[in-house]
Design a protein around this ligand. Structure first.
Ligand SMILES: Nc1ncnc2c1ncn2[C@@H]1O[C@H](COP(=O)(O)OP(=O)(O)OP(=O)(O)O)[C@@H](O)[C@H]1O
Ligand SMILES: [Mg+2]
Ligand SMILES: [Zn+2]
Length: 154
């Protein structure tokens, strides 16, 4: 076990989100809607040295296996993350994150005049335009959001 891995404790059952771009762990937490108020044990490591990325973040969530929608949401902020499902202290499954074709209800549209911002019961909806660079197009007003817009409107 490397020195980096020794910095965070083992979990028995849960999810390890590894290879998050350095500095983006808190955005991953936010996109999953995790606040810490549910008393779940969670470990966050930020900017740990990584051979592959220079610096990476890791999020370990005890007692929670992510569903496929949650896994794909992570791709919006951490497209190269690996999801490891842990059972009995062992990684039993590895999931790849994949950008969804449509993103509903997670991001707010940047256009204040968009119907999804009008107070009407309209859930925001975006289409994946391009993956690199990440661009989303609003279903309602057609405006394009870039990565910075997405991070600001989570
Ligand atoms: N029980 C556990 N509790 C906490 N973290 C764990 C546990 N088991 C594995 N991990 C972490 O999950 C990640 C993936 O574990 P794995 O054993 O598959 O490592 P790996 O071979 O380096 O995988 P990869 O090829 O995806 O980098 C690593 O960051 C590892 O430290
Ligand atoms: Mg590794
Ligand atoms: Zn819009």
């Amino acid at each position: 076990m490397s020195e980096m891995e020794l910095r965070v404790s083992k979990i028995k059952d849960g999810t390890v989100i590894d290879h998050i771009r350095g500095g983006y762990a808190l955005d991953v937490i936010k996109i999953l809607g995790i606040t810490g108020k549910d008393k779940r044990v969670m470990t966050i490591a930020i900017n740990v040295p990584s051979k592959r990325f220079g610096a990476k973040d890791i999020v370990k969530i005890e007692g929670r296996a992510l569903n496929p929608q949650e896994v794909n949401r992570i791709a919006l902020v951490a497209p190269h993350a690996s999801i490891n499902i842990v059972k009995g202290y062992k990684v039993v499954e590895k999931l790849e994150v994949k950008l969804p074709e449509t993103v509903e209800g997670i991001i707010k549209c940047v256009n204040p005049c968009c119907i999804s911002n009008s107070g009407e019961p309209v859930v925001s909806k975006f289409y994946l335009k391009t993956q690199e660079p990440l661009l989303l197009k609003c279903h309602y007003c057609g405006i394009t959001l870039d990565e910075a817009d997405i991070l600001r409107h989570l």
